[in-house]
Ligand binder design. Structure first.
Ligand code: KG4
Ligand code: ZN
Length: 367
């Protein structure tokens, strides 16, 4: 019997994440326990350029992947031969960066005869709530707000994601990063705007909220960003107080839209539970406001991972991988005719990286 045929053996999963500017590895046990979660941030490398430089990201991943995995194994107290399966992000993300994690994961799994599964990064973000002490019961609605995506899903089971809506232009986190750049706050922008906004007045400057069709679940954030840029061009004064007010006004506009759409999506699906995930979910004001609004709307609970599990990490990839491996999901690339979900595990050496997802199909692809 191969390991994949006995889900009880899928206890220790090594997760690997290199989709953007974090080199991350984690070891999880069963479907819920984190034994280690190591994240090497490349912020210092990309900071001088005001954004992620793909070529530099790949090179840093090459440099850090081995020590990061070694550390994850050591912290978990796990021998590399004690690992039962490997889960690796295969997209969406920077292809060169993804290929580093993917190549490492293939070699690691192949050398030990371990099952390997490719995880969709966006599914991984949602799976971060499965690691909470009190995870949401199925079905629930998930609002994913990150640097590259702003999506809504109806989640009917651990691996059952129905896509409800997405941004038509910039992602919420991207808007944070671009506005931070406009305000001369550097990269990455989300955390700085979060902190500065605390001293600002969110009502003083009102930026437009793009609700689009109020009954639909798509988003648009490029208008808010442009409105901030115009405001800054018009207003010559750049006192620290004014910058705090702009940051707070911008943040409030983004939060209004995220909160309204997240809650109305949960109501439309008759769900009592809403999950908020992705890097932007670590925003303190958003966390507060969505909980208040959910209470007012009569939802039972909003589930938000701890901040370290909102931003990119490998524990979320390991846990998603655990579910995939337990169901016998093999590692063929998304559109491959060879991809047979539930089929027998192969070495997974044909697993490929992809930069974007479409909203149909399976493995690594958002339904
Ligand atoms: O999920 P994530 O780590 O990477 C992607 O998959 O994109 O999200 C990163 C994004 C960045 O745009 C960053 O500015 C934003 O999340 N972010 C925040 C905060 N922390 C990170 N945005 C608002 N407030 C924060 N505290
Ligand atoms: Zn992410």
């Amino acid at each position: 019997m191969t390991r994949i045929e006995n889900s009880k053996q899928h206890n220790l999963i090594l997760g690997i994440e290199t989709s953007c500017d974090e080199t991350a590895a984690a070891v999880t046990s069963g479907g819920h326990t984190i034994l280690s979660n190591v994240v090497w941030s490349q912020v210092a490398t990309h900071h001088p350029y005001g954004g992620v430089v793909p070529e530099l990201a790949s090179r840093k991943h090459m440099e850090k992947i081995v020590p990061v995995v070694e550390k994850a194994l050591a912290v978990a107290g796990a021998d590399s031969n004690g690992i039962d399966g490997v889960a690796v992000t295969c997209g969406p993300g920077l292809v060169g960066a993804l290929l580093v994690g993917l190549s490492f994961a293939k070699a690691f799994a192949y050398a030990r005869g371990l099952p390997l599964t490719g995880v969709n990064h966006l599914h991984g973000h949602i799976a971060a709530v499965y690691l909470q002490p009190d995870p949401p019961p199925f079905p629930f609605v998930a609002l994913l707000a990150s640097g590259g995506h702003t999506n809504l899903y109806y989640v009917a089971g651990p691996m059952d994601f129905e896509h409800m809506g997405q941004t038509r232009d910039d992602a919420a986190g991207e808007a944070f990063d671009k506005v931070a750049k406009i305000l001369g706050l550097g990269y990455p922008g989300g955390v700085v705007i979060d902190q500065l906004s605390e001293q600002g007045d969110p009502e003083r400057i009102r930026f437009p909220r793009a609700f689009l069709d109020r009954t639909g679940f798509d988003f648009s954030f490029s208008g808010i960003k442009t409105a901030v840029a115009r405001y800054v061009q018009r207003e010559k004064e750049a006192s620290p107080k004014r910058i705090q007010d702009i940051a707070a006004g911008f943040q409030e506009a983004v939060i209004d839209v995220l909160v309204q759409k997240g809650i109305s999506a949960a109501k439309a699906k008759g769900c009592q539970h809403l999950a908020l995930v992705g890097g932007v979910a670590s925003n303190r004001r958003l966390r507060e406001r969505i909980k208040e609004a959910a209470q007012e709307a009569g939802l039972r609970r909003v589930h938000i991972p701890i901040p370290e599990l909102c931003t990119d990490n490998a524990a979320m990839i390991a846990i998603m991988g655990y579910h995939q491996l337990s169901k016998g999901e093999n590692s063929s690339p998304p559109s491959s005719p060879k991809s047979r979900p539930g089929g027998r595990w192969r070495a997974g050496l044909d697993l490929d990286a992809y930069s974007k997802t479409t909203h149909s199909g399976r493995l690594g692809v958002v339904k």
